[in-house]
Design a protein around this ligand. Structure first.
Ligand SMILES: [Cu+2]
Length: 147
């Protein structure tokens, strides 16, 4: 009897509680930078807003248009800016993390479609297993964010 009651309570809890990142993470202003002719490596940018009360982390990004997508950061090293791959991107509770030129970005490899007029689909996966598919229009840097 107790066991049945417990199952009912658990079922009610899971039905009522917000579903982790799905209710808390908001993707804003996604875009992919146009690549010069002949280049097949492109950078993707977006803002990730965490409206929840727990720290979340972006773990992976995948695109049907790229052989792989990595999370990169830019760091000063010996007076030069260098890209470095990171394993996860933390998004503290109640904050927005911006991926933008000169800083954090998504790096897409072997992409042929990063020309203005196209868009790139990407699936972002967070540390609680939640995934979101986002559409990244391709832009030139001088076209700005165009919110
Ligand atoms: Cu990079």
């Amino acid at each position: 009897m107790f066991r049945v009651l417990l199952l009912v309570v658990l079922a009610l809890l899971s039905a009522c509680s917000p579903k982790g990142s799905e209710a808390e993470i908001v993707i804003e202003a996604p875009w992919v930078r146009e690549t010069p002719p002949g280049r097949t490596v492109a950078a993707g940018y977006l803002d990730i807003r965490n409206n929840g009360e727990q720290r979340r982390a972006l773990l992976t990004a995948e695109s049907p248009d790229a052989s792989r997508v990595e999370l990169h950061t830019m760091e000063h090293e010996d007076g030069m800016m260098r890209m470095r791959q990171i394993e996860r991107l933390e998004i503290p509770a109640g904050t927005t993390v911006s991926l933008e030129p000169g800083g954090l970005h998504l790096m897409l490899f072997d992409i042929e479609t990063a020309q203005v007029g196209n868009h790139v689909n990407m699936t972002l996966t967070f540390d609680d297993g939640w995934e979101i598919e986002a559409r990244f229009p391709v832009r030139r840097p001088d076209m700005g964010h165009q919110h």
